[in-house]
Design a protein around this ligand. Structure first.
Ligand code: SF4
Ligand code: SF4
Ligand code: FES
Length: 231
């Protein structure tokens, strides 16, 4: 089928403001939006800029707004966006560096704030530290997070208040707070207990709706809130 891809373009060295450019692409229903972008870049316009790497929903690099919704271009099928025109824009909330590429530095700074690594007490044991099976089950879903930033970009609170820690960082915090091998649980909860931390979330559920890994983001944040209340 023939489809029009209306893509937001922006070159900070040439453009005063973002503009849209439309490309006609011949696409099969089972192809992915990423395949169409690649075809545009390879066959029509080599200046189109976007991030991609794995093409299989693993690296999280090709998050963008597709028909108004944050998603991974490699997971979105043509048949799911079929219509006379598909609109592709960069993720909202973040500063656009060029075309569909946004500045994710502030995003990763927030992830770094929650100390996204195991802090196990004592000297390293002879053998690996064993995870409690029930705790592992609890964090399995959060471990699936690929840090694509869809949730944070889509969060209405984050869009209004850049100081909010945001859903992705909170999901990462959840993953360590409930890891039975971690020794910093109380300290980690204290670090999240401030207005722009866990309490910044007001349950819009937009993060949960857009997560390409089907992580119950809002539920995880609410479990952190509950844990802080019972500390
Ligand atoms: S549930 Fe919380 S983190 Fe998710 S979109 Fe709503 S306010 Fe943002
Ligand atoms: S929680 Fe989901 S949407 Fe958010 S960064 Fe992780 S994978 Fe992406
Ligand atoms: S290109 Fe890696 S997640 Fe889409």
């Amino acid at each position: 089928m023939e489809m029009h891809f209306r893509i937001q373009r922006f070159d900070p060295e040439r453009d005063a403001a973002p503009r849209f450019q439309t490309y006609l692409v011949s696409a099969e229903p089972g192809e992915r939006v990423l395949d169409c972008l690649n075809r545009i870049r390879w066959e029509q316009d080599g200046t189109l800029a976007y991030r991609m790497s794995c093409a299989h929903g693993i690296c999280g690099s090709d998050a963008m707004r597709i028909n108004g919704r944050c998603a991974l271009a490699c997971q979105k099928l043509v048949k799911d966006v079929a219509g006379p025109e598909v609109t592709i824009e960069p993720l909202p909330t973040f500063r656009v560096l060029r075309d569909l590429i946004v500045d994710l530095e502030p995003f990763f700074e927030k992830v770094a704030f929650v100390r996204p690594y195991l802090s196990a007490p004592g000297d390293p044991p002879e053998r690996e530290r064993l995870q409690d099976a029930a705790a592992k089950k609890r964090i399995d879903e959060a471990i699936r997070c690929i840090l694509c930033a869809c949730c944070t970009a889509a969060c209405p609170v984050e869009q209004e208040n850049a100081a909010f820690l945001g859903p992705a960082a909170l999901v990462r915090a959840f993953r360590y707070v409930f890891d039975s091998r971690d020794g910093d649980t109380a300290e980690r909860l204290r670090e999240l207990d401030f207005p722009n931390g866990v309490w910044g979330c007001v349950n819009h559920y937009e993060c949960t709706r857009v997560c390409p890994k089907q992580i119950k983001v809002t539920k995880s944040i609410n479990e952190l809130k509950r844990e802080i209340r019972t500390e």
